[in-house]
Ligand binder design. Structure first.
Ligand SMILES: Cc1cc2nc3c(=O)[nH]c(=O)nc-3n(C[C@H](O)[C@H](O)[C@H](O)COP(=O)(O)OP(=O)(O)OC[C@H]3O[C@@H](n4cnc5c(N)ncnc54)[C@H](O)[C@@H]3O)c2cc1C
Length: 367
């Protein structure tokens, strides 16, 4: 193995490069990325919309591409091809292995609407909001509620904030209605006008800023390789991040972070979460270099900061079970979903210690 190509230098791509070097890889590393700038972390883009929103990954100790000896090629849409003889090429360059780390791009259908995926998107939105009469956000998922919180908490003289959600639930994909009361309290106290069960009407009001926060899809249009896909259109991988085709690994092809879902026997570890992007590279490095991977795979985890609360969700909330509510002795609150005495998911509000226990209970032993 002399040359490894990495497509995408978000968190997953940068971590894969760092883990390869940490595991002793001394060969050539080349990375391609559509954004021609130093890799940065995406969560602060919405949480700190009006503050320190661009935090380089290198400054957080998550990986410095220059220090890791990675040659970076800026390219809007790098391509990946596999010849019938098994030779891999990234944008025409021969590599021995390719790591796909292209993330998930936001849905964008409403004309004139902002999305927040890149630091440039966030800068444009932050600059436009103070001059507007109202901010209309479509989608009360994590991104939509974070933007509503950031605008409502910014201390601006205007604008009115509206949050429209067609499904009828706040964070419905994550909680299936179980947190509506909790979030409605925060949103209403913050002065946000919430319209549940209603899609944002078409048509532009000249004084309103539109924000589309209706979800994202794995960014895989560039891939000219037959591979198995999961229901959300992500690449299916095994627990070592090897891309599967017909259920078997494609030699030399790996996928990490948001563009991939790992099939782990009974469970699927879905992309779309920071912790998956953070951890996948360890398994990739182990698979490429033939060293033992970490014994455990951490569970899905989401963190958020909204209306002055530190929020964490570990695990997958079932649609058909009601949560138990607790108030831990050290403060904050917790919702816990269990089945037959087994923890399935835990939501913590200002109770970080409860999260570390849940992480341990929900990690999966690598098969
Ligand atoms: C605003 C925002 C807030 C978030 N907040 C949270 C949070 O609080 N908690 C949480 O768990 N998760 C959060 N997430 C999700 C988290 O940021 C992602 O899970 C993580 O960034 C995934 O990392 P990644 O490297 O897989 O993908 P990305 O960070 O999306 O990076 C992919 C990179 O690949 C590049 N690329 C794509 N296609 C190509 C191509 N063909 N050629 C070259 N380059 C290409 C892209 O330009 C991009 O730079 C948030 C995401 C956003 C956008």
């Amino acid at each position: 193995m002399e040359h490894v190509g990495i497509v995408g230098t978000g968190l997953a791509g940068v971590r894969a490069a760092a883990e390869l070097r940490a595991a002793g890889f001394t060969g050539k590393l080349t990375a391609w990325d559509a954004e021609d700038r130093e890799p940065y972390d995406r969560p602060p883009l919405t949480k700190s919309l009006f503050g320190e929103r661009v935090r380089p990954l290198a400054s957080q100790g998550l990986g410095d591409l220059a220090g890791l000896g990675v040659r970076v090629v800026p390219e809007a849409a790098a391509s990946v091809e596999l010849s019938p003889s098994g030779a891999l090429r990234v944008s025409g360059v021969a590599v021995d292995a390719a790591i796909l780390a292209t993330g998930a791009a936001p849905h964008r259908k409403m004309p004139g609407a902002h999305v927040v995926y890149t630091s440039d998107d966030a800068a444009r939105l932050a600059a436009a909001i103070p001059h507007s009469a109202s901010v209309r956000i479509a989608g009360a998922g994590w991104i939509g509620t974070e933007i509503a919180s950031a605008v409502a908490s910014a201390g601006l003289p205007g604008p009115r904030v509206e949050l429209w959600e067609s499904s009828g639930h706040i964070l419905g994909r994550s909680f299936h209605g179980a947190v509506d009361d909790l979030w409605l309290g925060w949103l209403e106290d913050g002065g946000v006008d919430v319209r549940l069960g209603q899609p944002l009407p078409e048509g532009q009001d000249a004084d309103a800023i539109l924000v589309q926060a209706t979800g994202s899809a794995p960014a895989l249009a560039f891939l000219a390789v037959e591979a198995d896909r999961t229901a959300r259109g992500a690449l299916a991988t095994d627990s070592l991040t090897r891309v599967l085709s017909g259920g078997s690994p494609v030699p030399g092809l790996y996928a990490v972070g948001d563009c991939a879902d790992a099939l782990l026997g009974e469970t699927t570890l879905e992309g779309g979460h920071w912790t998956k992007a953070l951890n996948d590279g360890k398994a990739t490095a182990a698979a490429i270099l033939g060293v033992p991977p970490p014994a455990y795979i951490p569970p899905v985890e989401v963190f958020s900061t909204q209306f002055g609360h530190e929020i964490g969700l570990v695990g997958t909330v079932p649609a058909d079970a009601a949560p138990a509510r607790e108030e831990p002795p050290r403060g904050g609150s917790v919702m816990r979903w269990e089945r037959e005495g087994r923890l399935l998911a835990l939501l913590s509000v200002d109770a970080p210690r409860e999260l570390s226990r849940a992480r341990k209970a929900l990690r999966v032993r690598r098969g």
